[in-house]
Design a protein around this ligand. Structure first.
Ligand SMILES: *Cc1c(COP(=O)(O)O)cnc(C)c1O
Length: 361
């Protein structure tokens, strides 16, 4: 019998490292675009009570189709959507994995526009889907011409447009999505993880016209539920059915479904901070500009800024001062999430100190 060396790992996984942002315990955490506000005491009590009640049926499998949660999400999204248009997963990363399992796979391609979310290549790799990219415009926008010529060139079955885009915060207007969907047979996935923070309209009203359009959302950011792991999509029922084929049975635990429904019932409280965080983010962009940084205009709860000769030393300098942000995006840039006023003050203070040491930009 052979030991652990030479495990029969898939050839394409040999040498790969588990990926993810560093989870470091520091006073100011602004690196993964979480909502900095924990649930209120009243909401925590409601969650506890709902879990206690649900625990009475923990011996049974949960609702495989998560119908009640999908109904709640449909009513949150409006636009004439029903539970048949909604699918849920453990974070939108699971949703994306299911979409690629159903519509990607060996011999097929997924197309994205860089710089964009660093998890997409992982979803592609795990589902044996080829990952192809085209660069965004110099201002990090995409237009229909750019997308459609890339589609013609790469012939993907899945195209992902992230709006607001991570890590740039750049939006893509519904008119552009509309034009793209009208001109391709590919599945067009619009990742709206940060849509609640944006002042620009999202793509939901387009669903009625485009049967191959999929809009993904998450409760991790605006809903302050990153720990709950709830992502979802809105699309035609046929797309939902495709995800139902490839999902693992009972993929959404009883407690996840219950907690997500409590959160949705308290959405006024949870979403109340969204406007505040968006405003905090805009104020920070103004501050950065005023201090001579290059800022990518953002409609999300984070901002990409630079341009640093040595971004790693700035990142490290911030960490040394108890502020964790993200070393991501194009060379020379860093990304910081919007936090509480106190956290933003700490970030600005730390940046100013580093600046006075002559390390910027
Ligand atoms: C944070 C984020 C998500 C959400 O991920 P979850 O798995 O739902 O926590 C999806 N897309 C983008 C671009 C993100 O930045």
């Amino acid at each position: 019998m052979s030991g652990l060396s030479g495990l029969p790992l898939r050839d394409d996984l040999v040498g790969e490292e588990p990926y993810g942002a560093p989870q470091i315990d520091v006073p100011v955490v602004l690196n993964v675009n979480e909502n900095p506000y924990p649930p209120s005491g009243e909401l925590r009590r409601a969650m506890g009570e709902a879990i206690q009640e649900a625990a009475a049926t923990m011996n049974r499998y949960p609702d495989r189709e998560a119908v009640a949660l999908r109904e709640d999400l449909a009513s949150y999204l409006g636009n004439g959507l029903t539970a048949r248009n909604i699918w849920v997963g453990n974070g939108s990363n699971e949703i994306m994995g299911q979409l690629l399992t159903a519509f990607g796979g060996p011999g097929r391609r997924m197309l994205t526009f860089t710089p964009t979310y660093s998890m997409y290549p992982e979803y592609a790799r795990n589902t044996c889907t080829a990952y192809v990219t085209e660069p965004r415009n110099p201002d990090f926008t995409v237009d229909a011409g750019l997308v459609l010529s890339a589609v013609e060139h790469h012939t993907p079955t899945v195209v992902v447009i992230t709006t607001p885009n991570n890590p740039t915060g750049t939006c893509t207007a519904p008119e552009v999505i509309d034009e793209i969907c009208s001109a391709t047979d590919a599945i067009v996935v619009v990742d709206e993880a940060y849509q609640e923070f944006s002042r620009h309209p999202g793509a939901l009203p387009l669903l009625a016209r485009h049967p191959r359009l999929v809009i993904t959302r998450t409760m991790s950011k605006a809903f302050a539920m990153a720990g709950g792991r709830v992502g979802y999509l809105a699309a035609a029922p046929e797309i939902v059915d495709a995800c139902r084929i490839v999902r693992l049975p009972y993929h959404m635990s009883l407690q996840t479904q219950v907690l997500a429904r409590v959160a949705l019932a308290h959405r006024d409280e949870l979403l109340a901070r969204v406007e505040e965080l968006a405003e905090e983010c805009r104020a920070f962009q103004g501050w950065l500009q005023g201090h001579g940084y290059e800022v990518v205009p953002s409609e999300a709860n984070f901002v990409l800024f630079g341009r640093f000769k040595d971004r790693h030393s700035v990142w490290q300098g911030l960490l040394d001062r108890g502020v964790l942000i993200r070393e991501t995006g194009p060379e020379g840039f860093l990304r910081a999430s919007a936090g509480t006023p106190r956290e933003m003050a700490a970030l600005k203070r730390a940046l100013a100190e580093i600046n006075s040491e002559g390390r910027h930009p």
